[in-house]
Design a protein around this ligand. Structure first.
Ligand SMILES: [Fe+2]
Ligand SMILES: [Fe+2]
Length: 163
């Protein structure tokens, strides 16, 4: 008979998914910062790269809390989202629409993270992992602020430049 799987298993599995994604994002952000035309956008990507380093560390702490080794599991979703971002960078290189495109790619990444962290935080509450809830929530808040900051940059300049 198949072993019963529970919310603990789902939590562990999803933790591996976002751990893989965060490390992938860590590698993508410097490329996006180099690609960005506006200094504000460059700075936003650089700032978020530093935050992302902390996101990886927080996840390692959560793995510790559940007594598991920090380990990633290939996340096809983030692979696809990042591949689309690279496509935009190639296809819109040197054009006035590049920054708007980069922002849209970055926001797809943030929304993926927001979805994952929202779920993990809720599950951690149910499982009774109180300390994990605070760590996951700290990251979730930073992803939300990053998303909002990107919208501000888009509205203040990138979209107009592209229009
Ligand atoms: Fe993150
Ligand atoms: Fe993020």
């Amino acid at each position: 008979m198949a072993k019963e799987k529970t919310l603990d298993d789902l939590f562990h599995d999803t933790l591996k998914d976002i751990y893989y994604a965060e490390r992938k994002i860590l590698k993508a952000l410097p490329k996006m910062a180099r690609g960005a035309q506006a200094p504000e956008l460059k700075a936003a990507f650089e700032k978020h790269k530093e935050q992302t380093e902390t996101h990886v560390e927080r996840l390692q702490q959560v793995f510790d809390m559940i007594g598991k080794r920090a380990q990633g599991k290939t996340c096809e979703a983030i692979e696809g989202i990042i591949a689309e971002g690279e496509e935009i960078m190639d296809e819109f290189k040197g054009t006035p629409a590049l920054d708007a495109g980069l922002i849209s790619a970055a926001q797809a990444v943030e929304h993926y993270e927001i979805s994952r962290y929202g779920t993990l935080k809720t599950w951690a509450k149910t499982i009774g992992l109180k300390d994990a809830v605070s760590l996951l929530d700290a990251t979730l808040k930073e992803e939300i602020v990053t998303d909002e900051d990107l919208t501000k940059i888009a509205m203040a300049q990138a979209n107009k430049k592209a229009a």
